[in-house]
Design a protein around this ligand. Structure first.
Ligand code: GLN
Ligand code: ZN
Length: 770
């Protein structure tokens, strides 16, 4: 460690890893498909890293002061940490080389599985739409600093002329996010291994120091999350002890500990009490510490630029926030609240976007420029007066622009009375629906989508390019619906769907049809591994200029005498999978989307569609990380679903679909949705979730998924019948629906047809036993 503090003034906590043209994604997928070898894939990934470092430098982060992060990952940063510390599950032990290194092929195997060896489980990263791989830690996991890929990446940048700041998931977060490995004793908690893990982190820091690193960033986002820290006793003491130990490593680099996605609250104190040199605070979600003296003597990265959304910052307000840190902190650095992983690369490429809207946006590159300006402003605000006023002008332009505020939308919302959120009693609805629909016991249905075949994707691409005209495309889609309807009739499903062939994505499709949204051409964001999504941008008041799904659903109903289920995406999920305006409360925006959907439900009903499903797979995704914030969230999210659906008459059956089975924490909210039928994932937990449902006294229809659609495996009739018998044993049979776990869009027709045939057969079998 050199004596002189490097004079950095600005930084970002991380940067997108897929490459501006998704080069990393393409390289990895080529490797997996056997179209590329290891060496050429490594070269492609190194190319993305080199381009990133150069880009960050050209945007104003200096080459030699460690303000450029080395935060690359070929798949996931938590998997990187697991591999670095030797926490590879025994079933993959063979992919670890004698030197402890894991090559890209082995690394991919842990991430993606191999035959009967299941991959690491994947789950959501805090309140984002990024998914990480869950380490499996047992009492016997032998931690040692084993794989030095991160160090080699740092050295590679250094050789290229850039002294970067390596970024590693911190040890406390690593263990708090891990799960107990199979076979661990009852009650074993991975965090109990912290002491052993620290030895590996000590060696890792020593290796970085030997390679010449001045700073290392350790990410500890778990410290801001109540669910990550729930049930851990004496966490403050563990944090203190861990960082005391790491701070004592001889000759180590300086440490920057980051707590993105929220506020570390009381855990800031033990962290700050250690000799770590730097703290990176999220000042978008979190607050300037109530006790600023905790920051005394530290380098503090003030995360004032939102790493998680796409709006240009209010630089004047951001600068004022940074200044409040200046008293106690030894140095204040302008930073992002989180890694820029969650935003696309560069808004200047979005040439098809409305120019005025483009002027309000900041993607990753623009956010780098924002922190650079703020860093300069900390030294001399006058030097960047022009940039500060440009930022203020952009904010002001947004406020007054047409479409941002539409009086008719505001008036309609303001005039809502409590009745708009309430339907009749369920008992009344149930009778009306039984009469209207005449369904058998254990009715069968699907979650909405049928396989999106190569043919469908080709037709959509041709239509998007303009090679297929509107009329021909619609004709193609009608033919597709005919096929899907005929198949469902042949199989004997009771409630028929149209199969969603017209949808590129369940959120983007609606965003394209609603005013107030824009979609991007290059706005890809990593969801997990090589998978990227392109979230729409919700910028203005939401209006439905015309019915969206009604023509498709009515066409479907004209092809079958069976009840047809209309299919909508719910307001919370539309918000969760979009970049949402930050100039009004989320609840207000959700209610605007809900009103548009409410009109769609009314139009479907008027067109004779008796069943409407409003999907909310993301209901749990936006759940705040602090339990204290959760009631307010559940209030507006549940309220917006009810606003979308409560206009339906008694005889119209409202369904909802949720993609997960961890029901416990939100069961009241699910009850609060007041849907007539709720379908959920259940096959992987072998219907265990039904116990929660029975315990909670949930009295409406419930469709526990009877088979997992994430794999091509065909469940047998007997297997499904067994699950149904378990279902009717814990919940009254008249509540139970029979359906797969989720939509079928990622499956092929061969396994889908077989699986659904068995599903219908199993329902008939168990129905006869009632
Ligand atoms: N209706 C959607 C489908 O079937 C639901 C998908 C989801 O829940 N993610 O594809
Ligand atoms: Zn689902």
């Amino acid at each position: 460690m050199t004596e002189q503090l490097p004079a950095w003034t600005a930084t970002v906590l991380g940067y997108p890893r897929t490459g501006a043209d998704r080069e990393a994604k393409k390289a990895l997928e080529a490797l997996w498909a056997g179209r590329a070898d290891l060496a050429s894939t490594e070269r492609a990934l190194a190319g993305v890293r080199a381009a990133t470092v150069r880009r960050l430098n050209s945007l104003g982060l200096p080459a030699h002061d460690a303000s450029i992060p080395s935060a690359f990952s070929a798949y996931d940063q938590v998997l990187d940490a697991a591999v670095a510390v030797g926490a590879v599950p025994p079933r993959f032990a063979d992919v670890v080389g004698e030197d402890g290194r894991v090559d890209l092929a082995g690394y991919s195997t842990i991430a993606r599985g191999r035959g009967a060896d299941a991959p690491l489980e994947m789950t959501k990263w805090f309140d984002t739409n990024y998914h990480y791989l869950v380490p499996e830690i047992g009492p016997g996991t032998a931690f040692r600093f084993a794989d030095d890929r991160g160090v080699r990446e740092f050295s590679e940048a250094l050789a290229d002329g850039f002294l970067t700041r390596p970024v590693v998931v911190g040890p406390v977060t690593f263990l708090l996010l891990a799960k107990a490995a199979g076979g661990s004793p009852e009650g074993f908690a991975p965090i109990s291994r912290l002491d052993d893990l620290l030895g590996a982190y000590e060696d890792l820091l020593t290796a970085y120091a030997a390679a010449g690193a001045e700073w290392v960033q350790l990410d500890e986002p778990a410290l801001v999350s109540d669910s990550a820290t729930a049930g851990v006793e004496g966490l403050a003491g563990l944090v203190r002890a861990a960082y005391d130990r790491l701070a004592a490593v001889e000759g180590r680099p300086r440490l920057l500990v980051a707590t993105p996605y929220g506020d570390p609250g009381e855990l800031l104190e033990p962290l700050a009490a250690t000799a770590v040199e730097g703290l990176a605070l999220d000042l978008v979600r979190g607050d300037v510490p109530a006790r600023p003296e905790l920051l005394t003597g530290k380098t503090v990265v003030g995360g004032v630029v939102d790493g998680h959304n796409v709006w240009r910052a209010d630089l004047v307000a951001a600068l004022a926030r940074l200044r409040t840190l200046e008293g106690p902190a030894a140095r204040v650095v302008a930073g992002t609240s989180t890694s820029l992983l969650h935003v696309p690369h560069d808004v200047t490429r979005e040439t098809a976007l409305d120019e005025r809207l483009r002027g309000w946006l900041a993607f990753a590159d623009q956010k780098v420029s924002e922190v650079v300006v703020l860093g300069r402003a900390l030294g001399d605000a006058a030097a960047v007066r022009e940039e500060l006023s440009a930022s203020a002008r952009a904010r002001a332009d947004r406020t007054g622009a047409p479409g941002v505020v539409r009086p008719e939308v505001r008036e309609r919302l303001a005039a809502l009375t409590p009745e708009a959120f309430h339907r009749s009693d369920y008992a009344v609805r149930r009778l009306a629906q039984e009469e209207a629909l005449g369904l058998p016991a254990l009715p069968t249905t699907t979650i909405g989508s049928f396989p999106q075949t190569a043919e469908i994707r080709r037709a959509r691409a041709a239509w998007t390019r303009g090679d297929l005209d509107q009329g021909a495309y619609e004709e193609f889609l009608r033919a597709e619906i005919d096929r899907v309807v005929a198949l469902q009739e042949e199989l004997g499903l009771d409630v028929v769907v149209h199969g969603e062939p017209e949808r590129n994505d369940m959120v983007q499709y609606f965003a394209e049809q609603l005013d107030g949204f824009a979609v991007t051409a290059h706005g890809w964001v990593q969801s997990y591994g090589s998978r990227c999504v392109r979230p729409p941008i919700l910028w203005g008041d939401v209006v439905r200029p015309a019915p969206i799904t009604v023509p498709w659903s009515t066409y479907t109903a004209s092809r079958t005498p069976k009840p047809v289920k209309g299919m909508l995406t719910g307001p919370v999920t539309i918000l969760a999978w979009s970049f949402v305006r930050d100039d009004q409360p989320l609840g207000d925006t959700a209610r605007q989307v809900a009103l548009a959907l409410r009109d769609e439900v009314a139009d479907l009903e008027a067109a004779g569609i008796g069943v409407v499903q409003v999907d909310e797979p993301a209901l749990r995704e936006l759940l705040p990380l602090r339990t204290g914030d959760q009631p307010a969230y559940l209030d507006w999210s549940v309220g917006s679903f009810r606003l979308a659906t409560a206009g339906a008459g008694d005889a119209t059956q409202i369904h909802t679909h949720l993609c997960y089975s961890e029901f416990g924490e939100v069961i009241d909210a699910i009850d609060g949705l007041d849907a007539d039928v709720t379908s959920i994932e259940a096959a992987r937990s072998r219907m265990e979730v039904l116990d929660d449902i029975a315990r909670a006294g949930f009295a409406r229809g419930i469709g526990p998924g009877v088979y997992d659609i994430h794999s091509p495996r065909v469940p047998s009739t007997e297997e499904i019948a067994g699950l149904l018998r378990a279902a009717v044993a814990s919940v009254p049979a008249r509540q139970v629906w029979v359906n797969p776990d989720c939509g079928l869009k990622t499956r092929g027709y061969a396994e889908t047809t077989e699986s659904l045939r068995n599903l219908v057969e199993a329902a008939r079998t168990v129905r006869a036993e009632l």
